[in-house]
Design a protein around this ligand. Structure first.
Ligand code: AP5
Length: 194
C-alpha cells in the first residue's frame, strides 16, 4: 500500500495537490479539515465541538481527529491502493497514535512529503481564497496568522519524527500547480521504484 502524508502550512497546497495526486496513484484522499468542515455544516456533535477551535484557527482536540481517522481507515482499507493524508497528523501525539493504529492494520506510512512555501505566498493564497469563496478561517488575517503560528510551533516539529523513520522529503511548493505536482510525482515514483 502507498500511504502518503502530504504536509505543510495552511495555504501550502495540500488539498489542491491531493486531488490530482490521488487520481494518478489511485489513492483515497483523507482530509481531516474537509471532514471537520462537513461535520460543522451538518451541525453534528463533533462539528459543533470542532467549530469553536476552527473558527479561531486552533487545533481541535487530538482524540477527536484520531477517532475520525481510525473510523475512515476501517471504512476504506479494503477498497483502495492506499491513502493520501492531508492535514493529519498534526501533533506528535497524533503521529504516535497513528503509527499504533496503522500497525494494528499491518500497514504503515510510506512517505511524508512537505510542501515548502514562503510566508508571504501563504498569506496571499489564503487571503485570495477568503475573498473568493468565503472559507470562514480565511476571512480574518489574525486567524490566518494564528493557523500559521500554530503550524510552526506544534506541527512542523513532526518532520523530525518522520525524518527519524527515514520517511521525510521536503519539496519546493512555490510555483504553479502543475510544476509542484510534477515534483511530488517524481518523489513518489522514486519511492515506488525502490
Ligand atoms: P485544514 O483544512 O487542514 O486547513 P489548513 O491546514 O489550514 O490548510 P488549507 O486548506 O488552508 O491549505 P492547503 O495546504 O490544503 O492548501 P490548499 O490546496 O487548500 O484545517 C483547517 C482546520 O481544521 C485547522 O485549523 C484545525 O482547526 C482543524 N484541523 C484539521 N486537521 C486537524 C488535525 N489533524 N488536528 C487538529 N485540528 C485539525 O490551497 C490554498 C489556496 O491556495 C487555494 O485557494 C488554492 O487554490 C491556492 N493554491 C494552491 N496551490 C497554489 C499554487 N501553486 N499557486 C497559487 N495558488 C495556489
Amino acid at each position: 500500500m502507498l500511504n502518503i502524508v502530504l504536509f505543510g502550512p495552511p495555504g501550502a497546497g495540500k488539498g489542491t495537490q491531493s486531488q490530482i495526486v490521488m487520481n494518478r496513484y489511485n489513492l483515497m484522499h483523507l482530509s481531516t479539515g474537509d471532514i471537520l468542515r462537513n461535520a460543522m455544516d451538518r451541525k453534528t456533535p463533533r462539528g459543533i465541538q470542532a467549530k469553536k477551535y476552527m473558527s479561531r484557527g486552533e487545533l481541535v482536540p487530538d482524540e477527536l481527529v484520531i477517532g475520525i481517522i481510525g473510523r475512515r481507515l476501517d471504512e476504506y482499507l479494503n477498497k483502495t491502493n492506499g491513502f493520501i493524508f492531508d492535514g493529519f497528523p498534526r501533533t506528535t501525539l497524533q503521529a504516535k497514535e497513528f503509527d499504533i493504529i496503522l500497525a494494528q492494520k499491518q500497514i504503515s506510512i510510506t512517505l511524508m512529503i512537505e510542501l515548502e512555501v514562503d510566508h508571504d505566498e501563504l498569506i496571499s493564497r489564503l487571503m485570495k481564497r477568503g475573498q473568493l469563496c468565503g472559507r470562514s478561517d480565511d476571512q480574518d488575517i489574525d486567524v490566518i496568522n494564528n493557523r500559521i503560528n500554530i503550524y510552526n510551533q506544534s506541527t512542523r516539529p513532526l518532520m523530525e519524527y518522520y525524518k527519524a523513520q527515514g520517511k521525510y522529503v521536503g519539496i519546493n511548493g512555490m510555483g504553479d500547480v502543475d510544476e509542484i505536482y510534477q515534483r511530488i510525482c517524481s518523489v513518489i515514483d522514486k519511492e515506488i521504484q525502490k
